[in-house]
Write a protein that binds this ligand. Structure first.
Ligand code: PHE
Length: 439
């Protein structure tokens, strides 16, 4: 129980909690995944659906999970079991395995980020498509995956969360500043308009496309770090003083902003530099092909900004990776009374070995990402919503604890979303996903 106590001290302050949760939410998903998903999903249509899913469904799920964590004060397996009984601990187990699966391929992508950060020193390749193909798959990709896992483990094992937190305070704004600066620069490029048009003007047909709707929901959930125990775990480290709706809204807004501005950079670049064909060849590589192409064009300035950009992206990736590992670790510690070091070793070894699959085979990376985000995360989100109903009495008292004046008006709406709208929508999405798989 000792380590549990140490963890609970972690979120002594509200900004500390918001920052850690936002650190988990803002990650590679916002930049790497968002850009390739949006380009696949028809650009603007995807973005509109993603925004809608984020606010109406994602935020209520986040609030539900924080509430489950805060009320039970347990990590996922035990939290699920204490609310739902034995059968539910199986769902809890999924909530522990999902982050390990996600960590395994996120770590491979974090490896690419490290690789590209180092590339900045020698200058970015003049042929970004070919370069990406060469470095993103195979044993060198596996090597960088090991490095990324090593860094994650080093942080989680030594528990230097405060270090990461402080670094986030500096590097997250840096990431945002750089992104905005890039967005301004890309606006000046010839051909940028075409990118905006693709990114910002929705085609009505796509808006009603069930696959796009489903993928937008999956992206929203993954990006908010819901549906896999992170927010339950983090919620178990906060007290009743926290205004879950207001704080959840801040985390959500930060997460959405980073993704949205990222799109304002990536799409004009892709169109201005005539990269749409190359990007189309490797959807998962969109970000890693378009941005280095821009850095290369900028010469020495590009090398410096490119380095800073990938450094900031690395940090964003690490704060997510840490939270993914933390879910598995906290559950192993709570459930099996393991020592923290043992739990970290087991969880990290699993993710490291598993990560060899996406490192050596990029198609598998895409597949794992699809399975995790379109099925596991959605199922996890549904489980959280069902269990949140058990926490909420008719009056929704548990949610009202800690609410501020402005959120007190929103609570009734939030309760309707949590109890009825979100479970229905998430249930439909899950059914659609399964139908897509089997039919
Ligand atoms: N939300 C993170 C991102 O957008 C990914 C993540 C998912 C992190 C689940 C933690 C848990 O990159």
């Amino acid at each position: 129980m000792r380590s549990l106590k140490t963890k609970r001290e972690f979120f002594a302050s509200k900004p500390g909690f918001v920052l850690a949760a936002a650190g988990s939410a803002v990650g590679l998903g916002n930049m790497w995944r968002f850009s390739y998903q949006a380009s696949e999903g028809g650009g603007a249509a995807f973005v509109c659906l993603y925004l809608l899913m984020t606010i109406l469904i994602g935020l209520p799920i986040m609030v539900s999970e924080l509430l489950i964590g805060r009320t039970t004060r347990r990590s996922p397996i035990d939290a699920y079991q204490s609310l739902g009984g034995r059968v539910w601990s199986v769902m809890g187990l999924i909530a522990v395995l999902t982050p390990i699966v996600i960590l395994s391929y996120f770590s491979v992508i974090t490896g690419w980020v490290i690789r590209y950060g180092l590339d900045a020193f020698s200058g970015f390749s003049a042929n970004p498509g070919q370069h990406f193909a060469a470095v993103s798959e195979g044993w060198s990709a596996a090597g960088f995956h090991f490095i990324a896992m090593g860094v994650t483990v080093a942080i989680v094992i030594f528990g230097v969360r405060r270090g990461i937190e402080r670094a986030s305070i500096i590097l997250m704004p840096l990431l945002l500043t750089l992104l905005i600066a890039f967005a301004v620069w890309t606006a000046t490029l010839d051909g940028a308009m075409e990118g905006y048009r693709f990114y910002l003007s929705p085609s009505l047909a796509e808006l009603a496309n069930p696959t796009v709707i489903r993928q937008a929901a999956a992206q929203a959930f993954l990006s908010l770090s819901v549906g896999m125990g992170v927010m339950i775990t983090y919620g178990s480290y906060i007290d009743k003083e926290h205004d879950l709706i207001a704080e959840g809204a801040v985390i959500t807004m930060l997460d959405f902003s980073v993704a949205f501005i990222g799109g304002l950079v990536v799409f004009p670049l892709i169109f201005a530099l005539g990269l749409s064909a190359t990007v189309g060849e490797s959807t998962v590589g969109a970000l890693f092909i378009s941005l280095p192409a821009a850095f290369q064009e900028l010469g020495a300035v590009g090398q410096v900004t490119g380095f800073l950009f990938f450094a900031a992206l690395l940090l964003a990736g690490l704060t997510s990776a840490i939270s993914l590992l933390e879910v598995a670790v906290s559950s192993l510690v709570d459930r099996f009374r393991m020592k923290r070091v043992t739990a970290v070793s087991i969880a990290a070894s699993a993710a490291t070995v598993f990560g060899l699959i996406p490192a050596l085979d990029q198609e598998m990376l895409g597949l794992m990402d699809k399975i995790a985000s379109e099925f596991l995360v959605v199922a996890g989100a549904l489980a959280s919503l069902v269990l949140a109903r058990r926490v909420l009495s008719d009056s929704g008292d548990a949610l009202r604890q800690g609410e501020g004046r402005s959120s007190s008006h929103i609570t009734p709406v939030a309760l309707v979303l949590i109890r009825y709208v979100a479970p229905a929508v998430v249930g439909i999405i899950l059914v659609l996903a399964l139908a897509d798989l089997f039919l």
